[in-house]
Design a protein around this ligand. Structure first.
Ligand SMILES: Nc1ncnc2[nH]cnc12
Ligand SMILES: [Zn+2]
Length: 351
C-alpha cells in the first residue's frame, strides 16, 4: 500500500518520526536488558558480573561482527532467573515502546538461552506474558511473543524446545530463527519448521543479516518464512529483490544493529533506501536496543539523518510495519487511520 502524504517541512521530520504510530516487529527481549537492570538483577541473585559497573559494561559494547555481540548478549542473559525478572524486563521494554508511539510489538525470546541454565520454560513465558497483558491494559500497547530457535544449536534441540513450549501454545504466535547465521543455513531446521507450520504457528527467520542471499531464498522456500528478519543482503540478488517485492514479503530491518555489527561501513550506505525504492515491504526496528544504542525511534532518526529519506518514506515504513504485523485487518486499518492523522497534524504544523 502506498499513499501520497501531505507535504511536511524537513525540520518537522524528526518530531514526526517520533510521533507517528508504528509497530515494532524485530526486537529480542533479552536485547533490551540495559546495563543498569543487569546489575540490579545480578545483585538480586548474588551474581558477580565481570565489570566494575554499568558504565564499564556499556563501554564493552563495541562489536566487530554478529558473533562478538552474541557472546556478550548470552553472557548478559544469565542474570535472568525468575518469572519476576522476565516480567520486569518485558515491562520496561513495553513502557519504553509505548512512549515511542509503538502501538504493537511482536517480541522475540530465546528460551534455549534460559532453559540451558536450568530456568524452566514456564518461568520465561509466564513472566513475559504477564508484562504483555499488563501493558495492553494499562498502556494500550498490544504485543505478542515469537519463540526463536538458536541456529548454532541442533535441530534436535529445537524440537525439544518446541515440546517444552507446547503447553504454553496460546502464549506465543510464532517461531523464528536467530543467533550465529554463517554456517547455519535455514535447511538445518527444515523439519522443525515443518512441524511448527502444522501447529499453525507463524514463521519468521533471520536471514541475510551477515549471511548470503541464498539463506533468504532457503528461509522462503524451505522454512516458508512469512517475514525475513534483516534481509539486507537481498540487494545483491536482483531476482530475489523482484520476488520479495512481488510477494510483499516483509523485511524487518534494524539500522543501528547493522551499523554496530558492521554489516555496513556506515549508515549512509545502508541498503534500506534501495529496498524501499525496489518496492519491498521494509520496516524499521531496534533488534537489541540496549546493546545497539537505541530503541526504535533512535533507529528512525539515525537512518533518516544519514540517508536523507523523507516524509513519504516515513509514512511508507510505518504503514509497512502494520501490513507486516500478524494482527487482524481491522487493527491494521485503525492504526493506518492514526498514522494518517499524525501526518495531517505534522502538515498543519509545517504551514
Ligand atoms: N541481530 C541478531 N542476529 C541474530 N541473532 C540475534 N539474537 C539477538 N540479536 C540477534
Ligand atoms: Zn534480530
Amino acid at each position: 500500500m502506498t499513499a501520497r502524504v501531505p507535504p511536511v517541512a524537513a525540520d518537522r521530520l524528526p518530531a514526526l518520526l517520533a510521533a507517528m504510530p508504528k509497530a515494532e516487529l524485530h526486537m529480542h527481549i533479552e536485547g533490551s536488558l540495559e546495563p543498569e537492570m543487569a546489575f540490579a538483577l545480578a545483585a538480586r541473585h548474588g551474581i558477580a558480573l565481570p565489570y566494575a559497573d554499568s558504565a564499564a559494561l556499556r563501554r564493552a559494547y563495541a562489536f566487530g561482527d554478529l558473533q562478538s555481540f552474541l557472546d556478550l548478549y548470552y553472557q548478559g542473559a544469565a542474570v535472568l532467573r525468575t518469572e519476576q525478572d522476565f516480567y520486569e524486563l518485558a515491562r520496561a521494554y513495553l513502557a519504553r515502546a509505548a512512549t515511542e508511539n509503538v502501538v504493537h510489538a511482536e517480541i522475540f525470546f530465546d528460551p534455549q538461552t534460559h532453559t540451558a541454565r536450568g530456568v524452566p520454560m514456564a518461568t520465561v513465558i509466564r513472566g513475559l506474558a504477564r508484562a504483555g497483558d499488563e501493558a495492553r491494559r494499562e498502556r494500550g500497547i498490544s504485543s505478542a511473543l515469537i519463540l526463536c530457535f538458536l541456529r548454532h544449536l541442533s535441530e534436535r534441540e529445537a524440537f525439544e524446545t518446541l515440546e517444552q513450549a507446547l503447553p504454553f501454545r496460546d502464549a506465543f504466535i510464532g517461531v523464528g530463527l536467530d543467533s550465529s547465521e554463517r554456517g547455519h543455513p535455514p535447511e538445518k531446521f527444515a523439519r522443525v519448521f515443518a512441524r511448527c507450520r502444522e501447529l499453525d504457528l507463524h514463521i519468521v527467520a533471520h536471514a541475510g543479516e551477515e549471511g548470503p542471499p541464498a539463506y533468504i531464498w532457503a528461509a522462503l522456500d524451505v522454512l516458508k518464512a512469512e517475514r525475513i528478519d534483516h534481509g539486507v543482503q537481498a540487494v545483491h540478488d536482483a531476482a530475489l529483490m523482484q520476488r520479495l517485492a512481488r510477494e510483499r514479503v516483509p523485511l524487518t530491518v534494524c539500522p543501528l544493529s547493522n551499523q554496530k555489527l558492521q554489516v555496513f561501513p556506515d549508515l549512509a550506505r545502508h541498503s534500506l533506501p534501495q529496498l524501499l525504492a525496489g518496492g519491498l515491504c521494509a520496516t524499521v526496528n531496534s533488534d537489541d536496543p540496549a546493546y545497539f544504542g537505541g530503541y526504535v525511534n533512535a533507529n528512525f532518526q539515525a537512518l533518516f539523518a544519514a540517508t536523507g529519506l523523507d516524509a513519504q518514506a516515513a509514512w511508507q515504513l510505518a504503514a509497512n510495519s502494520f501490513e507486516a504485523s500478524f494482527v487482524d485487518a481491522s487493527a491494521k486499518q485503525r492504526w493506518l487511520d492514526r498514522l494518517n492523522e499524525s501526518f495531517e497534524r505534522a502538515h498543519d504544523a509545517s504551514a
